[in-house]
Design a protein around this ligand. Structure first.
Ligand SMILES: C[S@@+](CC[C@H](N)C(=O)[O-])C[C@H]1O[C@@H](n2cnc3c(N)ncnc32)[C@H](O)[C@@H]1O
Length: 312
C-alpha cells in the first residue's frame, strides 16, 4: 500500500473544477488519483502517468471512463492535450517500490541492487556501481546523498569490487557502514548513499528539470501546478523554476515601454506546505515532503524559453 502524502493539501492546491482535465504525473498506487476522481464531475477527465510497470498494473484496476493511464517518464508529456487544468507531481519513490526487496531500493532487506523505477530501462544500480570511475562514485554520493564520507565510501566500493561484484543491497549497505565513521542518530549509515544512487540511476533531477517547463506549457490559464518533493535538491529545482516564471528577469536594456516589460507566466500560490505532525506520525515517509503550488497566468509561454536560469 502507499498512503498519499499531503493528500488534502494537494487536492485543494489543484482547485478542481468538476468538468476540468487533470493530470496525475506520478500515479504510484493511485492514492491522489482516487481523490481527484471523487471530486470530478461526469465530464471531468484524469490522465495519469507512471514509468513503473507495477504502477501501470495497479492502474488497470481503475475502471472509470474518465480515467486514462500512460506508462511513461514524465519528462515526456507529448501525449497530453494542448491545455489541461491542473497537474500534480508527487515525486520520488512509492512505498511499494521501497518496501519490495526485489526492487533493490532497500538497505533493510536484502535484494538485488537494482533501484530502477522502470526495470526495463537504463542501468541498474549494480551495473553503475560496477562500472563508474571512483571520482564519479564520489561525486554522486556527495552531491545527491549530501554525504560527508563520500570519498571513503567511493574508495571502499572500488576496493571491494576488485574482489567481488557488488550485486546485493545488503552487501552495499554493510560496505558503506564500514566506511562511514560517525552515524547520525536514528539513521542507517547507508541512507544517504542509497538515496544518492537512486537519484542517479533514475535521473530524478533531470526528469524534474525537463518536465517542469513542459508542464507549464500545457497548463490552461488559471491551471494549477502542484509538486510534492522529498529532498532538498529536488525542492530547490522546483522552487527556483516557479520563482523564475513568477518573477521574470528584467532585460538589461532600459528604459522599457510598459508593453515590453516581461510578464509573469506563473503566480505562486501560498507558501511551501509541510505535513502536520499527526501526518508524520501516521506516515513517517511524509516527514521530508514539501508541496509547492503555482497558477498559470494568461501570458504566452513556450517551453523552450531562453535563459532558464533556475537550472543552475
Ligand atoms: C511518491 S510515488 C506517487 C504515489 C501516488 N501519489 C499515490 O498516491 O499512490 C511516485 C511515483 O512516481 C513515479 N515516478 C517517479 N519519477 C517518475 C518519472 N520521472 N516518470 C514517471 N513516473 C515517475 C514512481 O514510479 C512512483 O510510482
Amino acid at each position: 500500500m502507499h498512503e498519499p502524502v499531503l493528500a488534502a493539501e494537494a487536492i485543494e492546491a489543484l482547485a478542481l473544477r468538476a468538468g476540468g482535465i487533470y493530470v496525475d504525473g506520478t500515479f504510484g498506487r493511485g492514492g491522489h488519483s482516487q481523490l481527484i476522481l471523487e471530486r470530478l464531475g461526469p465530464q471531468g477527465r484524469l490522465i495519469a502517468l507512471d514509468r513503473d510497470p507495477q504502477a501501470a498494473h495497479a492502474a488497470l484496476a481503475v475502471s472509470d471512463r474518465r480515467f486514462s493511464f500512460f506508462r511513461t517518464r514524465f519528462s515526456d508529456l507529448s501525449m497530453l492535450p494542448a491545455q489541461v487544468d491542473g497537474m500534480l507531481f508527487d515525486l520520488g519513490v512509492s512505498s511499494p517500490q521501497l518496501d519490495d526487496p526485489a526492487r533493490g531500493f532497500s538497505f533493510r532487506h536484502d535484494g538485488p541492487l537494482d533501484m530502477r523505477m522502470d526495470p526495463e530501462a537504463g542501468m541498474s544500480a549494480a551495473e553503475w556501481v560496477a562500472t563508474a570511475e571512483e571520482q564519479e562514485l564520489r561525486e554522486v554520493i556527495r552531491d545527491y546523498g549530501e554525504e560527508r564520507f563520500a570519498k571513503q565510501i567511493a574508495a571502499a566500493i572500488v576496493a571491494a569490487r576488485r574482489h567481488q561484484p557488488i550485486v546485493r543491497t545488503r552487501q552495499l549497505a554493510e560496505l558503506v557502514a564500514q566506511a562511514v565513521r560517525t552515524r547520525e542518530p536514528g539513521q542507517n549509515p547507508a541512507t544517504r548513499t542509497f538515496q544518492a544512487l537512486r537519484i542517479h540511476v533514475n535521473r530524478e533531477l533531470e526528469e524534474v528539470s525537463v518536465m517542469l517547463p513542459k508542464a507549464v506549457a500545457r497548463l490552461a490559464p488559471q491551471g494549477r501546478l502542484a509538486v510534492i518533493s522529498f529532498h532538498s535538491l529536488e525542492d530547490r529545482v522546483v522552487k527556483r523554476f516557479m520563482q523564475s516564471l513568477a518573477r521574470p528577469e528584467m532585460p538589461r536594456r532600459l528604459p522599457l515601454r510598459a508593453s515590453e516589460m516581461p510578464q509573469p507566466v506563473l503566480t505562486i500560490v501560498g507558501r511551501a506546505q509541510r505535513p502536520s505532525s499527526p501526518e508524520i506520525t501516521r506516515n513517517p515517509r511524509a516527514r521530508s515532503a514539501t508541496l509547492r503550488v503555482a497558477e498559470r497566468t494568461a501570458v504566452p509561454y513556450s517551453e523552450i524559453e531562453p535563459g532558464a536560469r533556475w537550472r543552475n
